[in-house]
Design a protein around this ligand. Structure first.
Ligand SMILES: [Zn+2]
Length: 490
């Protein structure tokens, strides 16, 4: 019996194939519906021609469930990427997101998963494996998009070790994978395969929420063994280098956009440890898991059997989903550790001014910090400031940052005044010397000619040292002679 929705009769709606994505199903329907455009099909199905028909989280799930006479959960669990986010998303956020999806609000659903705050690019392409496609045609007689090939970060078919083919996603065009003779098989030792296999193993074997603190503890125990952490802290910079080295090409330049947007950020992997209760994209965890463990099941084994050791960074995180807020929180932690403003700024990607205001607001005494660090050196720095050496010279001499020298200077406002005067006298001396040299070279020149040749020192001295200037210049040409000279020139 035809199903009537939104005043249109829905007939011939295809049944979903195993692991078929919902937009694949939607497009297959569109092809048999006889409706001219995607908008018409959306209108027929949902009553809204402009509904979000995107790839990861389509808004038409409730409508499809009604047409297919299947439960929403059945569709979400078996035909969307939604469960991908379950293990690393806090329970309440996950449920809130699921509720939005059930109500056809895809964008709110993405927001609840922090995907928007995480600023992670989503795939704007569709992927398929030519070998899987051939098998599908043999088995079902049709082509369709598999969910298992659209997993974030995936570049290789985990079943066939074939590099996935990509097609850019077009909003208003029904696309199905194309049959292709060409398949690029790679070694199962290749990092691309190792990575894709890990992502796939994770997706297909874990349908439970993990405790974020425990996850970090599991990492931490392993990091200590690798000498990348001690009892108090994780060596973040070294860890980043190690990850980069381990993942090689995948880290540097992956064809998966979502992966690139993680590895390009200097905040990663430090952000995982500081912000342990906010949700992080699963790929951020998987890069870590792949490096530290033999695979996803190996990680789960240690996760479940771990000793009761507590990661030192498992302190109270900010109560926020906001990325900027967590960056600020991370900056605060850096400052508390004693990092310089510059270091805290470069780690978090915030500006030095922002970090400085965070320090001020939290009463972290950045301006007196050099005293603590350099002790008696501070006195030596101050002496050099007092005699007017440049902050750059002093910084070089003491092997400290210019910022630290400037902070000492700021703590002594009278020195600043004095240095201004010293700079003025030095500058005056330079200009005077320049003028004298020019005068000596051009003893027969008139005052006017000297002014033209010695333009820069003349102007400066005219403004700042006029009486000395006039005492040095040749006598003024008498007015009558000036006139004569002018006529001569003509
Ligand atoms: Zn395949």
């Amino acid at each position: 019996m035809p199903h009537a929705l939104h005043g249109h009769a829905i007939t011939n709606f295809p049944r979903p194939c195993p692991d078929e994505t919902l937009y694949s199903l939607f497009w297959r329907y569109h092809r048999v519906s006889g409706l001219p455009t995607i908008k018409d099909t959306l209108q027929a199905l949902t009553g809204h021609p402009y509904l979000q028909s995107g790839t990861e989280f389509p808004s038409y799930i409730p409508d499809l469930a009604a047409v297919l006479n299947l439960s929403i959960s059945e569709l979400v669990d078996n035909h969307t990427l939604f469960p991908f986010f379950m293990p690393f998303t806090p329970k309440d956020a996950y449920e809130k997101s699921l509720e939005h999806l059930r109500n056809g609000r895809a964008e709110s659903s993405r927001k609840s998963l922090s995907l928007v705050a995480n600023r992670l690019s989503t795939n704007d392409y569709l992927q398929w494996c030519p070998v899987c496609l051939e098998e599908d045609i043999g088995k079902f007689g049709i082509r369709y998009w598999h969910r298992k090939h659209q997993l974030p970060g995936l570049t290789v078919c985990p079943n066939h070790a074939v590099i996935l083919h990509q097609a850019s996603w077009k909003r208003h065009k029904a696309q199905l994978p194309l049959e292709d003779e060409y398949s690029d098989v790679i070694s199962r030792n290749d990092k691309q395969y190792v990575w894709s296999n890990l992502v796939s193993e994770y997706f297909h074997s874990c349908r439970c929420q993990l405790n974020s603190a425990r996850v970090l503890d599991t990492y931490w125990i392993r990091l200590k063994k690798l000498n990348l952490a001690n009892e108090h802290q994780i060596r973040e910079a070294e860890l980043r280098e190690e990850l980069k080295f381990f993942w090689g090409d995948i880290w540097e330049e992956s064809t998966a956009i979502s992966l690139n947007s993680i590895t390009k950020r200097r905040l990663y992997p430090a952000c995982l440890f500081y912000n342990n209760k906010s949700s992080h994209h699963p790929l951020k965890h998987l890069l870590m898991v792949g490096y530290l463990f033999a695979g996803w099941s190996d990680f789960l084994y240690f996760y479940h059997s771990g000793k009761n050791e507590v990661c030192p960074n498992n302190t109270e995180p900010p109560d926020t989903e906001n990325d900027l807020k967590s960056h600020k929180w991370l900056a605060l932690k850096e400052l508390e550790k004693g990092s310089s403003l510059r270091k805290a700024a470069s780690i978090t990607g915030l500006s030095v001014t922002t970090v400085k205001s965070i320090a001020r607001r939290n009463q972290i005494p950045v301006s007196v910090r050099p005293k603590k660090i350099y002790g008696f050196i501070e006195r030596s720095i101050w002496r050099q400031l007092f005699i007017g050496k440049t902050t750059q010279e002093i910084a070089r001499f003491h092997k400290v940052s210019v910022g630290s020298v400037e902070q000492i200077l700021k703590a002594h406002p009278k020195t600043t005044e004095l240095r201004k005067r010293i700079r003025f006298y030095r500058q005056r001396q330079t200009k005077r010397n320049l003028l004298i040299a020019i005068l000596n070279k051009n003893q027969s020149h008139t005052r006017n000619k000297i002014r033209l040749i010695a333009n820069s020192p003349y102007n400066w001295l005219f403004r700042n040292d006029k009486s000395w200037l006039y005492s040095q210049l040749p006598d003024e040409t008498p007015r009558n002679k000036r006139h004569k000279n002018k006529r001569k020139a003509v």
